[in-house]
Ligand binder design. Sequence first.
Ligand code: ATP
Ligand code: MG
Length: 319
Amino acid sequence: MIKRLTGFQPTGNLHLGNLLGAMRPLVEAQSTTDSIAMIADLHALTMEHDPAAVRANTLEVATLLLAAGVDPRRTAIIANSQVPEHTELHYLLECTAAFGEAARMIQFKEKSAGGGPVRLSLLTYPVLMAADILVHGAEQVPVGDDQSQHLELARTLALRFNARYGETFTVPEGIRPESAARIMDLSDPVRKMSKSAPSPAGRIALLDPPETIRKVISRAVTDTAGVVRHDPENQPGVSNLLAILAACTDEKPGEFTSYGALKREVTDAVVALLDPIRARYAELDPGYVREILAEGRTRVRPAALATVRRTKVAIGLLD
Ligand code: ATP
Ligand code: MG
């Protein structure tokens, strides 16, 4: 089976875009791939952070993955801080990467632009991401646009290491989920729905109660054309609502005579999709979720250890 690694940052506010664009494809691929769901809690330390929030958000992501249908018997759920081979390989890969390569990453440039002190880990984090992928020998990594440059770096490092020290790493391939690749912000439909958006007005959080969902969708920005049709260029808001409806129901949307009718139907579909997830979330005990993370770690470690060992032999640290 194909090995696939899907990553989630524990930044809180998981939303409908994360569910439709990343969690559901993960659930759907469980029977045909050997998947790891990785929570990148180490990445959360690259910017100013609240320690308690990182812990809480990591548990929240793991709980939401379970509530959304990730089956821990098939898919290992791990936090990268809990599998020490990630950081061990990170250093070895730093000895393969160049300073300039890290410094020209767009995300580093954007996130370091604000003035203030820049954590060194923000610069080296794409190399950690390469380690996250290579340590498990992942063949496929679902990535959005914002991560494609980092994935390219992982490929470059794997190829360079293999060429210099001998065949050691599987070279990963970036893949895009076909359905719902991009759910847009409901209050600003030319921007993607995002955890870190400054305002929650355009975001449907996965644990939002039905009243909140109804309110957010009723206020969704549309246009003055007055016709319901899929035309992302000229009617981004309406097209986004249609895309959400199609993704939630797995069906081609019917005809609508008004924006109000469309919004009501979208609300019903989103509420129907999120209701059972919210109910399962409430039932999941934090102690159980921590156990699932510990089991995930136990499951992936032998292969991760073997990768690190192989890397150390190749690079000259072990016989
Ligand atoms: P942040 O603003 O912190 O970057 P995010 O909302 O972009 O948060 P990530 O943790 O970066 O979320 O991404 C988790 C997964 O969800 C990735 O696979 C990403 O491609 C997917 N994803 C994120 N936003 C959307 C969206 N609006 N539509 C579809 N998929 C999305
Ligand atoms: Mg993102």
